[in-house]
Design a binder for this molecule. Structure first.
Ligand code: ADP
Ligand code: MG
Length: 341
């Protein structure tokens, strides 16, 4: 109760920062210097390169301070991270629309956080863990009369075009976002995507649906949206509830100038930058309780419109790389995340 009230006062998005470790393949590269607050909410970054001025005196390296709802150090395990989102997953079963995003430059750990290494249980990411929790909880709730239908879909948005990652892979299949008629119940429009394959999640298909995430070898140039639609009905009380859980691995947030793009690459980058900045604008418009929320300015926010704002809860992971050479992009990511928080 109290927690919900605090959430309402704050707006409906929380931001978690996760710093990935240096990889063994990066042994000979410089890391930034990090320090983490006791409360697991503060992050201080210093450049590790000491600036020596012309006359030989050392200047203190620049220092950047940030605060988030939670900061995960490079030592945090997938389990540590999941523990902090488990309650949000539960909300989807309770009938909320939930979005969990991973934002950050390419190589910062977004896919590791969302999908992880599915072959190795301890490094499984949030998607397989969330599926497991949803499935197990739905079984527990059976005793109380609840029957849940759990359907998974997995879409990718590339250059403002939707592809179905669980579908046949036929490039000619067109997918459109449509709003269903709300009918006379007065409830919100439901967002539908045409021609999308859904997989009913049972104990047998669960592993298959998880495995499908592993086939997603797309570049970092697309957004992927893993969605669980959870429809529950209680045959003892007649209660019904419907929630949606969206787990979104966003396209790399690196800026245009760095990628020296031309042609197709340039178009990709422009689309990515446009949709990421639009996502930020939508989140801020919701937080400011503005009249007009620009959902329709990009496919991503149009697709997620029912899961952002209203009866919904959102969380954004800002994933950052510890590498010194990534510092400028890291600061851009952290500033973006501070803005939406
Ligand atoms: P992104 O999806 O943001 O481009 P990845 O998730 O692919 O980045 O991560 C880049 C590399 O770092 C991968 O090799 C991944 O396995 C590794 N990595 C990322 N986060 C972690 C982590 N927390 N622990 C161990 N390795 C990680
Ligand atoms: Mg990735």
């Amino acid at each position: 109760e109290l927690h919900n009230t605090i959430q309402e006062l704050k707006g409906n998005i929380r931001v978690f920062c996760r710093v990935r470790p240096m990889l063994s393949s990066e042994d000979c590269q410089q890391s930034c210097a990090f320090s983490f607050g006791q409360e697991k909410r503060d992050l201080v970054i210093e450049s590790s390169s000491t600036n020596e001025s012309a006359c030989g005196t050392k200047k203190a390296p620049p220092r950047y301070e940030f605060a988030f709802d939670r900061v995960f150090t490079p030592a945090a395990s997938q389990e540590d991270v999941f523990d902090e989102i488990a309650q949000l997953i539960q909300s989807a079963l309770d009938g909320y629309n939930v979005c969990i995003f991973a934002y950050g430059q390419t190589g910062s750990g977004k896919t590791y956080t969302m999908e992880g290494n599915t072959a190795d249980h301890s490094t499984q990411g949030m998607i397989p863990r969330a599926m497991q929790q949803v499935f197990n909880t739905s079984l527990d709730l059976k005793e109380k009369g609840w029957q849940y239908s759990i359907e998974a879909s997995f879409l990718e948005i590339y250059n403002e075009t939707i592809r179905d990652l669980l579908g046949s892979g036929d490039a000619n299949t067109k997918h459109e976002i449509k709003l269903s008629n709300p009918g006379n119940t007065g409830s919100a429009h439901e967002v539908m995507v045409t021609n999308v394959k859904t997989v009913v999640v049972t104990s047998e298909t669960q592993n298959r649906a998880v495995a499908a995430t592993q086939c997603n070898e797309r570049s970092s140039r697309s957004h992927s949206v893993f969605r669980l639609k959870l429809v529950g009905e209680n045959h003892l009380t007649g209660e019904k509830c419907q929630g949606t859980l969206n787990l979104i691995d966003l396209a790399g947030s690196e800026r245009l100038s760095q990628s020296c793009s031309t042609g197709e690459r340039l178009r990709e980058t422009k689309n990515i930058n446009k949709s990421l900045s639009n996502l930020g604008n939508v989140i801020m418009a919701l937080a400011n309780k503005e009249q007009h929320i620009p959902y329709r300015n990009s496919k991503l926010t149009f697709l997620l419109q029912n899961s952002l704002g209203g009866n919904s809860k959102s969380l954004m992971f800002v994933n950052i790389s510890p590498k010194e050479e990534s510092l400028q992009e890291t600061l851009c990511s952290l500033r973006f995340a501070t803005k939406v928080n």
